[in-house]
Design a protein around this ligand. Structure first.
Ligand code: TPP
Ligand code: MG
Length: 785
């Protein structure tokens, strides 16, 4: 790039710095929120990346490239989009305002084309790596897409997050030459100047994982000084200087800076810098490569040249670059004062009238912005797959069967469906076989970018690894599982190919990947995940493997529909419906509820249970109505009045349960009948859909000051104002609200302590889930009427 072009980029980056700073300033000083809460924003963290990001958007990126921007640089991203013409001016004073720019980049809420949401540090950083894994899969299965580079702009302290290293270490992420991470190496975190010199450790870790590492350490001024006689010693001194000392230089000037710089310096340095005037010394010794446009562009080119592995660039930067808070150890959340902003505006040659202007379109900088806008524009992508997933695979079981087993069978069946099969892709963190994905893997194979030789023959499991395989195996990292699922579910956008992603994980370890689960769904991703096995029903495995709070997690997570069927038939319908919704088919005819727009979490079990009660309900209710009720969240598995006509005038109680405990509940209903109590049994297939239906009517009532009704999904399965016992192999709290929804006394049974090893019978006894306890709970509920 010639000097003229560099000058143009420099002019652009100065405007980017100004706008990013002023966007945060306006949020804090131009708006009165009236609530006394500081608005906040990150001028220093933003300034740090101005050069790197200007170089990317105004000189390096192509339309197909995808970039994750570290959370605290969102003002820089928006400033750039504004200068490119992709963001309306009205947004600039609306950072952190309702309907305005989000504090951290958001795919779903920001108006200017965010590729990856960020905010929880480490996750947005790793996301592009998994997007690249997804692209490699899509290219292998559906034909080569136009080349994309997947880029993450990462804060240096983000490298402390373990999920970064889980992602880097997984064999599934190796060899991705289209990935570049750019570490904003400002040597500061939130609280402090990061102690010591960590670059060598980071470099070693990346290189050990097979990454290509580039360091952009010094800018041109320092490079020229190093080249002078005696310059080597200067370089050596700056390299060895502790971070804390180096950072302290940014707050100093004149003789004080010289003194601090020389503190501890070896002989010769003082003489070397003696000829450099005070006002030049600071800019010289703080001249870092991350603010040298040419050096950054050169680093990007080096990464492009390495096509067989991911690259990481360590760009040495200054937190607060170009601002009066540069390098200050306390600058993370610091805001420039109004006087400082006024001075900055003047220094950038702007006035109150011109401060929000775009670049003059007739100027070289404005012309470049126009060209780049053209070069980076892309057509919107189609989210719907446009295939019809069948309503059912007609899975049948004439002996007791577990939901985990049925889950595997339904997937195998769908893998035979010529419409659906090509788009199914499964993934698991080293638990594919123990979560019943083996059947699917036997049919479709395991994905590997190149064909791998198989050394052992196993008739039960054909683990053949080829580019045609449809299972992506991961190492034991639940973070990686959810990060990959999140990106597979955004493949329609980031790789131009909608997929039907299905993951499995041991249910207790959903918590291990929870933030990545949330990350994916916050980003608008759609996938199916099965948490299996779950609960104390996994009896012999003991407390560390028995999930209890996951049902609540599934219920409460926005963007996730939680499902916990007990029977083969209901799981079949629910799984087909979930995949159908992800495929973007019609909204479920089965429910009157608005179409769901998120992921599906199935909580499953390895306990085989008798299917006869479900078949009896099917015969009683009929397939069409029963399916509608199952999908809506609950159906009456046993209607006491039909089952026990002689109890027509007996006291009535209802037993509501989800999942593997239904056999105990059915036994309790039979015992109650013997004691002259009519007990309906309600199988709650989706606590989440029931809760949402209830909340919808309640909120409607609250907003319109009208009396809320009991929603249809509850009315069709439950009896109004009839005492209820809830039974769940999960924390009792998750179902406890049902009493309130039904206007009835409720006794919630569940698992509220850590589990332990034992038999199902023993553990159910310990947690009051045996029929006898359920009977007692029913009598208690009746007494509370
Ligand atoms: C998971 C998570 N933990 C903590 C935070 C709070 N936090 C935000 S930024 C930050 C420090 C980031 O430092 P660095 O990555 O070096 O970014 P810089 O601002 O220096 O560019 C912390 C602790 C967060 N956003 N996410
Ligand atoms: Mg930092």
């Amino acid at each position: 790039m010639n000097q003229h072009d560099l000058d143009v980029l420099d002019e652009i980056q100065r405007r980017v710095l100004w706008l990013a700073t002023r966007i945060v300033d306006a949020a804090n000083h131009d708006r009165d929120t009236g609530d006394g809460v500081k608005v906040g924003g990150h001028q220093a963290s933003s300034a740090s990346l101005v050069t790197a990001m200007t170089a990317l958007w105004f000189a390096h990126l192509d339309a197909e490239d995808r970039v994750a921007v570290k959370p605290h640089a969102s003002p820089v991203f928006h400033a750039i989009q504004y200068l490119l013409g992709n963001l309306d001016r009205s947004y600039l004073p609306k950072l952190r305002a309702r309907g305005g720019l989000q504090s951290y980049p958001s795919r779903t809420k920001d108006p200017d084309g965010v590729d990856f949401s960020t905010g929880s540090v480490g996750l947005g950083a790793a996301a592009p790596l998994f997007a690249a894994v997804t692209r490699r899969y899509v290219d292998a299965h559906f034909g080569q897409r136009p080349h994309s580079r997947f880029i993450a702009l990462i804060g240096d302290a983000e490298l402390d997050e373990g999920n970064i290293w889980e992602a880097v270490a997984d064999p599934a992420t190796t060899g991705l030459g289209n990935v570049m991470w750019l570490v904003d190496f400002n040597r500061q975190s939130l609280d402090r100047v990061v102690p010591g010199i960590r670059i060598n450790q980071w470099r070693g870790q990346f290189e050990a994982a097979g990454w290509h590492v580039v360091e952009v350490k010094y800018g041109r001024k320092l490079a020229e000084a190093y080249a002078r006689p005696g310059g080597e010693a200067l370089r050596d001194w700056i390299d060895r200087m502790p971070n804390e000392q180096y950072q302290s230089l940014f707050g100093l000037a004149g003789p004080a800076l010289r003194k601090q710089f020389l503190d501890g310096a070896p002989a010769g340095i003082e003489e070397f810098i003696a000829g450099i005037p005070d006002d030049e010394l600071g800019p010289l010794v703080t001249d870092l490569g991350g603010h040298d446009l040419e050096a950054m562009l050169d680093a990007y080119a080096q990464c492009d040249a390495v096509t067989d592995r991911p690259s990481v660039v360590f760009a040495y930067t200054v937190k607060g670059w170009g601002l009066p808070i540069a390098g200050n150890p306390r600058n993370h959340s610091a805001l420039l004062t109004t006087e400082q902003v006024d001075a900055l505006r003047a220094a950038h040659g702007l006035s109150r009238e011109t401060e929000w202007d775009r670049l003059d379109p007739a100027s070289p900088a404005g012309i470049r912005a126009g060209e780049r806008r053209e070069a980076l524009s892309r057509a919107p992508r189609e989210r719907a797959l446009g295939v019809t997933v069948p309503e059912t695979t007609r899975v049948r079981a004439n002996k007791p069967v577990s939901t985990q087993e049925v889950f595997g069978r339904v997937l195998v069946d769908l893998a035979r469906d010529p419409q659906v099969a090509p788009y199914l892709v499964t993934t698991a963190p080293d638990v594919a076989t123990s979560t019943n994905l083996a059947g699917f893997i036997n049919k479709t194979g395991v994905f590997a970018p190149t064909e791998q030789r198989s050394w052992t023959e196993d008739r039960m499991l054909r683990w053949t690894e080829t580019p045609a395989g449809q299972h992506i195996e991961l190492g034991i990292s639940e973070m990686n599982l959810f990060l990959l699922l999140g990106q597979l579910g955004l493949s329609w956008d980031l790789s131009g190919q909608p997929l039907l992603p299905v993951g499995t994980v041991y249910d207790p370890f959903v918590l291990r990947g929870l933030d990545a689960f949330l990350y994916g769904t916050y980003s608008g991703s759609r996938f199916v995940v099965a948490g299996t096995p779950s609960g104390i029903t996994l009896a012999p495995e003991g407390g560390a493997h028995q999930s209890t709070i996951t049902a609540s997690v599934g219920l409460e997570l926005p963007g996730v529909t939680f499902l916990e069927p007990a029977y083969a038939g209901s799981l079949d319908w629910l799984l087909c419906d979930a995949l159908g919704q992800i495929a973007g088919g019609a909204a479920p005819a089965a429910t009157a509820a608005p179409a769901e727009d998120g992921a599906y979490y199935f909580r499953l079990s390895t306990r085989p249970i008798d299917q006869a009660p479900f078949e009896a309900a099917r015969a009683r209710i009929g397939d069409a109505v029963l399916r509608r009720q199952v999908v809506a969240g609950a159906y009456r598995l046993v209607d006491a009045h039909e089952a026990y006509p002689h109890l027509a005038d007996a006291p009535v109680v209802q037993l509501a349960a989800s999942g593997a405990v239904l056999p105990e509940v059915l036994a309790a209903a039979a015992e109650l009948a013997e004691e002259g109590v009519a007990a309906h049994v309600v199988d709650v297939t989706s606590l989440d859909r029931l809760y949402r239906a209830w909340q919808r009517t309640l909120r409607q009532g609250v907003r319109t000051a009208t009396v809320p009704s009991v929603p249809g999904a509850l009315r069709s399965a439950f009896a109004d104002r009839t005492p209820v016992v809830t039974v769940h192999d999960a924390a009792s709290h998750a179902m406890a609200w049902l009493g309130s929804a039904l206007g009835a006394p409720a006794v919630p049974l569940g698992v509220d302590e850590f589990g332990q090893s034992g038999s199902v019978q023993e553990l159910y006894e310990l947690h009051d889930l045996l029929p006898g306890s359920i009977v007692n709970a029913a009598l208690a509920a009746l007494s509370l009427r």
